[in-house]
Design a protein around this ligand. Structure first.
Ligand code: SF4
Length: 112
């Protein structure tokens, strides 16, 4: 049995799918837009526990021995901002931004 294709119905479904895809993409990119997010408060419990500082060079190296010069949020694998950004999202601090020059004890070398 041959199933006929209703042209109007086909185009409607394509249109609905297209709108849904564009909508999801817009939401996805919006979710990581640093401009819409508040900065991490370095005095918050989470930030304190992770040793987050807005300037990596001020890291308390006696307390956080993992720190090495040159480690910054911008070259951390969990940083979501662009390489030339000054702030960006971090996968650890959901919905907040961290300073590109910042650091925390969960720093992981960015790959690639
Ligand atoms: Fe910065 Fe990485 Fe720590 Fe996030 S996990 S605060 S990007 S060092």
């Amino acid at each position: 049995m041959k199933k006929s294709i209703n042209r109007r119905r086909f185009l409607f479904k394509c249109g609905v799918s297209g709108v849904a895809v564009v909508g999801v993409q817009a939401l996805g990119s919006r979710a990581v837009m640093a401009a819409d997010m508040a900065a991490v408060d370095p005095t918050s419990a989470q930030a304190m526990a992770l040793g987050y500082v807005t300037d990596a060079t001020t890291t308390d190296t006696a307390k956080f021995e993992r720190y090495a010069a040159g480690q910054e949020c911008v070259n951390c694998q969990l940083y979501q901002g662009a390489a030339d950004s000054t702030v960006g999202a971090c996968l650890l601090f959901v919905g907040k931004t961290v300073e590109a020059k910042g650091w925390c004890n969960s720093w992981v070398q960015k790959v690639g």
